[in-house]
Design a protein around this ligand. Structure first.
Ligand SMILES: *Cc1c(COP(=O)(O)O)cnc(C)c1O
Length: 379
């Protein structure tokens, strides 16, 4: 069976984790600092704060902006459920915006229509499957109304976006915060983990305290001091610390990142070369303002005679993993309250898209085989 996804790890990650385990310092410490530095070096961002997941990263970012009960946050339903959940944890309500069907990302047009009729306190934009959202257009909508933006960059480490005429790495945000995930399904992994990045020092100080019980000085800093230091707890915070074991794995993964991205862009080219099912099934659209890391690989079914589940079953029977497009939060039981809202493009994207194998190490012969299987099915 060719899997949908597979992280690339080897002895280097094993050795890095082993060294930490034998070092005597296992939780958040020097390796977390190293991983934060690696992210800063890679993206050019000023501040980075490692946490337990992208879910907690998003939650702390929203809290740091003062989002809470009574607030409204515009975001997409068409995303992994963690995006909308992070809003609900704060007590705020998500206000769902539809997507552009060709990019699977928030529609700036629909966002503008939404904020014209509803007062929203923040916009949480997703770079879905690694493909950057149309930030230029979204910022135009938000800037004139002074609405803060947060980026859910869970999937988008290594992706780049053209903003104001300049290419920027996702993770060096023009927005208030950007949040990465290090789940094994993403491009860089620490098993579980996340990273908040920002270019605003006071916002950085807020999330830094919130990840560790609201304390004013962390254990690494205190440990280095010769004098007695009594910490003080100024706000109600959490334990969202990443362990040094995870961070050490992440540091090794970050060294691989440029190579990982290069290979993924080659895999995309190979799919485009061998997949000949257009116009009935087409590879992902990459707008001119995007350089994607292709965290996931969606194929759009543009022919009503091709049934999504039958195609997936066919691929599975041929030893190829495949699954439906990204979920919609508003279609889940826990979002019952939102089930009647109209998000036609989000619903269409879920039903008319399949995800196919895409990972570092996917062999050309497998790409040929997957493409051929799809080409023949469509004929
Ligand atoms: C995976 C994912 C998340 C959650 O990331 P975790 O690190 O697993 O919490 C959030 N948003 C999007 C878009 C994701 O794909």
């Amino acid at each position: 069976m060719i899997p949908l996804s597979k992280p690339l790890t080897d002895k280097k990650e094993v050795k890095a984790a082993e060294e930490v385990i034998l070092s005597g310092w296992l939780t958040q410490g020097p390796k977390v600092v190293d991983l934060e530095q690696a992210v800063k070096d890679f993206t050019g961002v000023e501040y980075a704060c490692a946490v337990t997941s992208c879910t907690t990263a998003l939650y702390l970012s929203l809290l740091a902006l003062g989002i809470g009960p009574g607030s409204k946050v515009a975001t997409v339903s068409h995303s992994f459920i963690a995006t909308a959940n992070s809003v609900r944890y704060t007590g705020a309500d998500p206000v769902f915006v539809d997507i552009d069907i060709d990019t699977y990302n928030m529609s700036a047009y629909d966002l503008e229509k939404t904020v014209e009729v509803k007062q929203v306190d923040a916009v949480l934009v997703v770079h879905q499957m690694g493909m950057p959202a149309e930030l230029d257009a979204i910022f135009k909508v938000c800037s004139k109304r002074s609405i803060p933006v947060i980026e859910d960059s869970a999937c988008a480490i290594g992706s780049e976006v053209l903003f104001g005429g300049e290419w920027r790495r996702v993770g060096n945000p023009v927005s208030k915060f950007s949040c990465y995930s290090f789940h094994p399904r993403k491009v860089v992994t620490t098993g579980e983990g996340g990273m908040i990045t920002t270019n605003d020092e006071s916002l950085y100080r807020k999330v830094l305290a919130l990840r560790q019980h609201g304390v004013d000085i962390d254990a690494t800093e205190r440990h280095g001091k010769k004098d007695l230091v009594i910490e003080s707890y100024n706000t109600l915070g959490y334990n969202f610390r990443m362990s040094d074991i995870q961070a050490a794995v992440g540091v090794e993964q970050m060294k691989r990142l440029p190579e990982l991205i290069k290979e993924r862009r080659d895999i995309d080219k190979a799919y485009r070369k061998y997949l000949n099912a257009a116009p009935r099934i087409i590879p992902p659209f990459e707008p001119s303002y995007c350089r994607s890391n292709f965290q996931s690989y969606p194929l759009a079914i543009l022919d009503d005679n091709i049934d999504q589940s039958k195609l997936i079953s066919h691929l599975l029977s041929k030893g190829i993993s495949a699954k439906p497009g990204i979920m919609n939060a508003h279609e889940e039981p826990t979002y019952e309250q939102w089930k009647n809202i109209q998000l036609p493009m989000s619903e269409q994207a879920r039903r008319n898209t399949i995800l196919v194998p895409f990972f570092n190490g996917l062999a050309i012969k497998d790409i040929k085989y997957i493409s051929k299987t799809i080409n023949e099915y469509v004929r």
